[in-house]
Design a protein around this ligand. Structure first.
Ligand SMILES: C[S@@+](CC[C@H](N)C(=O)[O-])C[C@H]1O[C@@H](n2cnc3c(N)ncnc32)[C@H](O)[C@@H]1O
Length: 206
């Protein structure tokens, strides 16, 4: 088993084992960051891939706005709770995981927008390029990618890595261009700040 797979199993087991607690926590978290990107991405009924969708709260916001959503969540019990709560016909729920997303890749779908909220820090920094290549391959031309990065002390409950804006920008070379960024404080925890990044797929043929 690869080191990434071992770490990922550990991360997902934590979300799986405490699914009800995490579900309640995520459902009570603000989605104010939609204001940062929503006017810069393709309008509904464009397609969105929400990776690491947790309680499904972001998938639900996209669905309410008329987007066609695929929500990927590898922790089965969290995915079941999300599916039960957010009964939108325009959300498809799927088991898959970064960095490869092997299940969704077999479906030959390309998306207008990919959403990775509060997930990337669960992967070793050595996987960032692979994650970005996976997203590149799943996006339509000029598709957009929203990534949030948690900066601050790691939570001892599950593995976390110090991925930051400079690292993502460097790893995006020749795949994405950074079109907007913001750096904001966590609304509840004084020791945590967030980078919000909006990237756009580069057209390598031009
Ligand atoms: C902090 S939660 C964020 C949930 C949701 N995106 C949100 O912002 O409310 C991280 C989520 O990523 C999922 N996750 C962890 N490792 C993953 C991986 N390798 N690929 C996809 N999702 C992963 C977890 O199961 C969990 O639901």
């Amino acid at each position: 088993m690869s080191e990434t797979r071992r770490i990922s199993d550990q991360v997902i087991a934590d979300y799986q084992g405490k699914a009800a607690d995490y579900f309640a926590k995520f459902e009570n978290t603000t989605t104010v960051y939609f204001n940062f990107f929503i006017d810069r991405i393709a309008p509904p009924p464009a397609s969105v891939l929400d990776i690491g969708s947790g309680s499904g709260k972001d998938a639900a916001v996209f669905a309410q706005r008329g987007y066609d959503v695929v929500a990927i969540e590898p922790a089965e019990s969290l995915r079941f709770l999300a599916q039960k709560k957010h009964l939108y016909p325009n959300i498809t729920w799927l088991d898959d995981r970064l960095p490869y997303l092997e299940n969704i890749k077999t479906q030959d779908i390309l998306f207008d927008h990919i959403h990775i909220n509060s997930v990337l820090f669960h992967l070793p920094l050595s996987e960032t390029r692979r994650v970005l290549e996976t997203c590149y391959g799943l996006l339509k031309d000029k598709g957009t990618l929203f990534i949030t990065l948690r900066l601050g002390p790691p939570d001892p409950a599950r593995p976390m890595f110090p991925v930051d804006k400079a690292h993502v920008t460097t790893m995006s070379s020749e795949l994405f261009i950074l079109i907007n960024a913001e750096h904001i404080a966590d609304d509840l925890r004084p020791n945590i700040v967030w980078d919000h990044l909006l990237l756009q797929k580069l057209d390598l043929t031009s």
